[in-house]
Design a protein around this ligand. Structure first.
Ligand code: PLP
Length: 421
């Protein structure tokens, strides 16, 4: 199956790119910002509206037939997500996004389990969503944040883990894949190190969920999160996996309807299991759409997705390496990339200017610090440009993007000359 066959599944970008089309604002839509959010296939758009058309009712509350159907549908979605991530249904909590899942862990687990002298270990490349909540926990509990530093390729070595993880470590929380390096954290080494000192491991799968199969039971992590919108599902739905044993001891994160057991005037008791953490009306349409998005990925198959994304990554990296002034962040070897994402700077050009120039050519990429300011400070960079294709992108689109970047210095010169009086 080729990108062009699948492209028509995505209404927002279904006009194929013209490799040598004119540079103009109305140029074909080349979307290379999939690490920020992906487009949604028609099946997902249909699932979202289909819920409201055919199933709309509030689950877990209403006794009428539609309410019971909505409850059954929502539970079935939980079952299907559990199968997708190697978990049991009662280990799957629906959230709004990865950020909410990480905050839930910080508030419900971190604030109650950590104290002075305890250490929270994080790679320096963490997204703010997996750093700032732990800063809050550290501030309130007296726990200390300690960082793992990657090598020049963006990889964390076993020696680094040995240097940082000690008896004081109570948590290692890390991105499965860095949203700047595009490289994987060494999950099995981190889990082994954590187990040897009795620490927990939380995994942020925001950047991996769309690119590889996830099996949290096999990985043996204690908790994991992802957002649906980075995996072809709508915004506003995410998943938090928590191992059953850990979940049973956790305080609720939010309080309100349907997470309670008994409520009296001054005190309440709470449900066990995922409902304890899903206060208020849940996003059933989102859960249903997420299942349809993951099912869509399964229909394509990981083999096809990974082969196509690997080829695009290699083409992109090879092309960038040939452009004067470009410095790729992390490994320049496509084999070391765990997903289709390349960040770089350009000695000759400002990254924001490149992003604007690409945008003017109808090409969407991202410039900035990608919610990883600490990593950029560590690398002594003010910003970088990130290009993140996925299986629905074509090799012509990558060529077009590379061409615009490569020709930019000449275009700037031409503009300067033509603006001279
Ligand atoms: C590695 C990583 N973690 C967490 C997030 C936060 O995702 P969301 O904004 O969907 O909660 C992102 C988003 O870019 C990310 O790349």
């Amino acid at each position: 199956m080729m990108a062009n066959d699948l492209r028509s599944d995505f209404p927002a970008i279904s006009t194929p790119a013209q490799a040598d089309g004119p540079l103009k604002p109305s140029a074909p839509n080349i979307y290379l910002d999939n690490a920020a959010t992906t487009h949604k296939p028609r099946v997902v758009l249909d699932a979202e509206s289909g819920f409201y058309r055919d199933f709309n009712a509030n689950p877990y509350r209403s006794q009428h037939k539609a309410g019971i159907r909505a409850t059954k549908l929502y539970n079935a979605c939980r079952d299907m997500i559990a199968t997708f991530i190697g978990a049991d249904s009662d280990e799957v909590i629906f959230t709004r996004n990865a950020t909410e899942g990480l905050n839930l862990l910080a508030y419900s687990w971190g604030l109650n389990e950590l104290g002075k002298d305890d250490r929270i270990v994080l790679p320096i490349y963490e997204h703010h969503s997996n750093l700032v909540p732990w800063q809050m926990v550290a501030k309130k509990t007296g726990a200390e944040l300690v960082f793992l530093y990657p090598d020049d390729d963006g990889l964390i070595t076993d020696e680094e883990i040995k240097r940082v993880v000690t008896d004081k470590t109570k948590l290692i929380s890390c991105a499965h894949i860095s949203n700047v390096y595009g490289c994987s954290s060494p999950v099995s080494s981190l889990v082994a190190a954590a187990r040897s000192v009795g620490a927990r491991v939380f995994l942020d799968c925001a950047q991996s969920v769309a690119h590889m199969p996830l099996d949290f039971r096999a990985m043996d992590v204690d908790a994991a999160v992802f957002s649906g919108h980075k995996a072809y599902a709508p915004m506003g739905i995410g998943v938090l996996y928590i191992k059953r044993k850990l979940m049973s001891n956790l305080e609720p994160f939010m309080y309100g309807g349907e997470m309670i057991d008994q409520v009296s005037k001054l005190t309440s008791t709470f449900q066990d299991g995922p409902q304890r953490f899903e206060a208020g009306t849940p996003n059933v349409a989102g859960a249903f759409s997420l299942v349809s998005a993951l099912d869509y990925l399964m229909q394509i198959g990981w083999g096809t997705i990974q082969a196509s994304e690997h080829a695009l990554t290699k083409q992109l990296m090879d092309g960038l390496k040939r452009i004067k002034g470009v410095q790729i962040i992390g490994s320049t070897d496509a084999e070391k990339r765990a997903c289709c994402l390349v960040s770089f700077t350009n000695d000759l050009l400002n990254t924001e200017d490149i992003a604007y120039e690409l945008d003017a050519a109808g090409i969407a990429v991202r410039a900035g610090t990608h919610c990883a300011q600490v990593l950029h400070n560590y690398l002594k960079l003010t910003a970088s440009l990130r290009i993140s294709p996925c299986f629905y992108n074509t090799s012509e689109e990558i060529d077009r993007c590379l061409q615009v970047i490569e020709e930019m210095p000449q275009r700037i010169n031409r503009r300067l000359i033509s603006s001279l009086p």
